[in-house]
Design a protein around this ligand. Structure first.
Ligand code: G3I
Length: 367
């Protein structure tokens, strides 16, 4: 093929005499993006991503994809709304990072998940190192939810009110919240969050650290969440959604994800996959990429198989931004775009699974 014709073919252009005409559909095929959120939206769901410190990011490809409503309709600030970032000194609040991301997302037409109010990790030193009695710690928790939730009132789709309250064996995790306030820190936090932002959907969000059992499927850990949910709803606590983080490992997905979603759905809760990534041993290879694509399809099918599942958020857009190599140095490549921001086989598997979805969800665009 002559070079010009070859380039034109690669770009999806057709040569007509001396003029080059652009075939829009062909150009779209050449760029290779399918619009994951558009596909999800057509089935009553969202597809989202998490971003971090984008004000200092000059990676234009990354920003373009992450801010494209056709790909991602929901944004989660990866760190900016956590306690260490928002109340670094007791009673002094900083919303700069969160504000930047919320403004950026809304400008792009994207909704935002608030992450998070009450967690044991990424707490500031003053809170970690203080000696608190129950009454004081409760007041600290309520003040934090009051200021942070009040600042974003009406601007977020939902909040992860409580993050990761259980150990993998289903027992309560030992945290300042549980150990000083007691298990009632959960209903108290949910009630405070509802009082401060009555329109936000309120979530409890969790992950599994070990391969099995996992909170994604049926396990003692997801049993603990199920029992917690039943008890909260029985007490008429404002609790709306179970967040399945979905930090998974290639080739090791639990088989009972649909059954797990179904039991939360039967309680009347909505469910969301909130932090999905499916990691593999590095270096990456074609075989593992294929297994990963199939695993992503399994996650999407689990969500689109239940109308209670409102959407899926991946925990970052491309592999070079993932938290995983920092924590598991021999693993990574867990996301849908590679380091060069090219869509991977997993991206196309997600698109295909969304397209094939038979059950219509109920997520309404926000804001
Ligand atoms: O902000 C500091 C910066 O000032 C400093 O120079 C730099 C040096 O290491 O560290 C920066 O802080 C890092 C922070 O992310 C912001 O980038 C921390 O070291 C790093 O540990 C922290 O990691 C985050 C992690 O949560 C903390 O537990 C990851 O980005 C974030 O993806 C991860 O997200 C969690 C979810 O919130 C909850 N579920 C699990 C998930 C994965 O761990």
């Amino acid at each position: 093929m002559a070079p010009l014709v070859q380039i034109a073919a690669t770009l999806g252009l057709t040569l007509a005499g001396t003029f080059i005409t652009v075939d829009a559909a062909a150009v779209e095929r050449a760029t290779g993006l399918k619009g994951l959120n558009s596909l999800a939206k057509a089935k009553g769901r969202y597809f989202g991503t998490a971003v971090d410190a984008i004000w200092q990011n000059t990676d234009t490809k990354y920003l373009k994809i992450s801010g494209d409503f056709k790909e991602f309709g929901m944004i989660t600030p990866e760190n900016e709304m956590k306690w260490y970032a928002t109340e670094p000194t007791r009673g002094q609040f900083n919303f700069t990072g969160g504000d930047y991301i919320v403004h950026w997302a809304h400008k792009n037409g994207q909704a935002v998940r608030g992450h998070n109010f009450v967690w044991h990790s990424q707490l500031p030193d003053w809170l970690n190192n203080g000696t608190w009695d129950k009454k004081t710690l409760l007041s600290i928790m309520n003040t934090h939810i009051g200021h942070l939730g009040g600042h974003y009132r009406g601007k977020l789709y939902c909040w992860d009110v409580v993050n990761e309250p259980f150990n993998d064996d289903g027992t309560w995790r030992s945290t300042i919240w549980h150990d000083i306030i007691g298990p009632e820190f959960i209903p108290l936090a949910l009630k405070k969050a509802h009082e401060i932002d009555p329109k936000a959907k309120l979530y409890v969000n969790d992950y599994n650290a070990r391969r099995f059992p996992s909170v994604e499927g049926l396990s003692v850990k997801s049993d603990a969440h199920y029992n917690l949910a039943k008890s909260l709803l029985k007490q008429h606590v404002p609790y709306h959604g179970f967040g399945i983080q979905g930090h998974l490992v290639v080739g090791q997905l639990p088989t009972t994800i649909p059954q797990n979603i179904a039991r939360f759905a039967a309680l009347g809760l909505e469910v969301a996959f909130t932090e999905v990534d499916i990691r593999m041993d590095l270096p990456d290879n074609a075989k593992n990429q294929t297994i990963q694509a199939n695993d992503y399809k399994t996650v999407v099918n689990a969500c689109v198989g239940s109308k209670a599942c409102v959407g899926i958020t991946v925990w970052e857009t491309s592999d070079d931004y993932s938290w995983i190599p920092g924590v598991f140095p021999t693993q990574g490549d867990a996301l849908l775009f590679d380091n060069d921001k090219n869509p991977k086989p997993a991206y196309y598997a997600v698109a295909d699974a969304l397209k094939a979805a038979k059950v219509h969800g109920h997520f309404n665009s926000w804001p």
